[in-house]
Design a protein around this ligand. Structure first.
Ligand code: ATP
Ligand code: MG
Length: 508
């Protein structure tokens, strides 16, 4: 008997252990609902101690109506079980939970129902996620409908546009009819623009990927807006890192992002102001590709904190009376994310805003790749190379010559200045070592510039902290190259310096 008792006791301890450690909440009650046992996880989920739970009935835990209570009672009476029974539950701390219950009737030898074991899981978070996904799907479906409608409207709209344009041509320039028709054309244009944007937003993005040199794409995009900016007394400054930064991207789409961000910046600046577009590459992980970081910083009105989390929403705009549709940033967001990147905004009211686009860099072609040579940018211009170190100079001369350039050498700053004095002409670019005895690169270039006012130069430096203030480079210096650099970087920097007419600075 004692052995039997021990065995039974062992079994009970084991069972209690299982219940205690269960990751689900377990509530055991008798058939009337008196709570007999409440495991620690149930206490945690329901926010009520076992002692307190014993004082109430299981049905009081959830606000069951009478019908439901009777239904459950009958289910348990028939010794059936209930699975995936979902209830909301208001916890004492105010948090509203969604619970998933599975309930089993406990049956004795005479097939009478002794009680009910309920397994309780907290599915609040999962529910929230499910709801979110449904919303996303709904949004996608809505997008689809929107794009179908937009397509349907577009055709008749372009019919209207052509007809009105034809009509308009029939009237004299200052006739009132002509003015009316022109305003119709203006409105049709606006609708057309909006439809295009809705389509852009709703269309799943079939990206036409190719290797894109970020800086080139940025420079050519900004060039499109420069005229408008100048007209509004806004300067767009390019602060580009001239190391090659290649990404896999759809250039047309990405151009749209850059355009939208620059246009927004222009819009945000009331009178005079400045937009700085800068690029950098950041190594976030030694084994991962670098991240390309592009900043659009403006001195505009800024964005109030309460708007910051809405600006990327479709149709959020504060410029509705200036023709804004609120789609620019939503489109930019979609495109950047489709490229595996991200976009953020930081702003200080009254001072300005910075939008930052992050994009993953494309895989670097391996250095043994035979195609590498074809990536080098060559030229036939004449470059004067000023460096007091013979070995360094010879090396650089060789590299530049291999890129196709004609190289004139000078040992010292004074020698370079003297050559210019003596009328050595046709020099398209000066490359000067910063650190030279007697006359350093900056001083030498200053003197060169007083002889040849349109001279352009690149400074070469071996020190990271050489005191060169890239914000305050002497006029005409269009780039700073830090050693060591690769031939690819050299070819790129020289090319940019020679062609980028408004390039204020480049650094390696
Ligand atoms: N650089 C910025 N400075 C200040 N506010 C900005 C800036 N960029 C965007 N915003 C705010 O975000 C809103 C949404 O920008 P978004 O480009 O999506 O739409 P929009 O410019 O109003 O219209 P559009 O569809 O013509 O681009 C703007 O209305 C503006 O309030
Ligand atoms: Mg915009």
């Amino acid at each position: 008997n004692a052995r039997l008792y021990n065995k039974l006791h062992e079994k009970q301890v084991l069972l209690e252990g299982v219940i205690k450690c269960s990751v689900d909440g377990i509530v055991i009650s008798d058939i009337r609902g008196n709570i007999l046992h409440f495991n620690p996880r149930a206490e945690e989920i329901l926010g009520i101690s076992e002692d307190d739970a014993r004082k109430i009935l299981a049905q009081e835990l959830s606000d069951l109506d009478d019908d439901e209570r009777t239904r459950l009672y009958n289910v348990f009476k028939r010794q059936e079980h209930i699975s995936h029974y979902e209830r909301t539950y208001q916890r004492k701390d105010g948090k509203r939970l969604v619970l998933n219950l599975s309930c089993f009737a406990i049956v004795d030898e005479n097939r009478g129902t002794l009680g009910v074991v309920s397994e309780v899981t907290d599915v609040t978070e999962k529910k929230r996620m499910d709801d979110y996904l449904v919303r996303v799907e709904k949004f996608a479906a809505l997008g689809h409908v929107a794009s179908v409608i937009a397509h349907e409207i577009r055709n008749p709209l372009s019919g209207i546009a052509t007809t009105v344009q034809n009509l308009e041509m029939e009237y004299e320039d200052d006739s009132p009819q002509k003015k009316d028709l022109q305003s119709i054309i203006g409105e049709v244009d606006r609708l057309e623009k909006m439809l295009r944007e809705v389509l852009d937003l709703a269309r799943p993005l079939p990206l036409q990927m190719e290797e894109v040199e970020v800086v080139d794409l940025l420079a050519s995009t900004i060039a499109l807006l420069n005229k408008e900016a100048v007209k509004r007394k806004i300067t767009i400054r390019k602060d580009f890192d001239c190391r090659s930064m290649t990404i896999n991207a759809d250039p047309q789409r990405l151009r749209q992002v850059f355009l939208n961000l620059t246009l927004n910046a222009i819009e945000a600046i009331g009178g005079q102001g400045e937009i700085v577009v800068s690029t950098a590459a950041v190594q976030t992980h030694p084994e991962r590709n670098r991240r390309i970081v592009i900043n659009f910083k403006d001195t505009g009105v800024g964005i109030p904190v309460s708007h910051l989390n809405k600006i990327f929403d479709p149709f959020f705009t504060t410029r509705e009376n200036k023709g804004g549709t609120g789609l620019g940033l939503a489109i930019a967001y979609g495109i950047v994310h489709a490229h595996g990147g991200s976009i953020t905004a930081e702003s200080e009211l009254g001072r300005g805003t910075t939008f930052t686009v992050y994009l993953p860099e494309a895989d670097e072609p391996t250095s043994t790749s035979p195609g590498l040579e074809t990536h080098l940018e060559t030229g036939t211009e004449t470059i004067m190379l000023v460096d007091d170190n013979d070995a360094v100079r010879a090396n650089l001369r060789q590299l530049l010559a291999s890129l196709g350039y004609t190289v004139i050498e000078a040992n010292t700053g004074a020698e370079a200045v003297a050559a210019c004095h003596n009328g050595v002409g046709g020099i398209d670019l000066f490359m000067l070592d910063i650190n030279m005895p007697e006359m350093d690169g900056v001083e030498a270039f200053g003197k060169v510039r007083s002889i040849i006012p349109q001279a352009r130069g690149i400074l070469i430096t071996g020190f990271v902290d050489d005191g060169v203030d890239v914000q305050q480079l002497p006029e005409g210096i269009v780039g700073v190259m830090r050693k060591p650099f690769t031939i690819r970087q050299l070819s790129r920097c020289v090319r940019l310096a020679l062609t980028g007419s408004s390039l204020e600075e480049m650094t390696t």
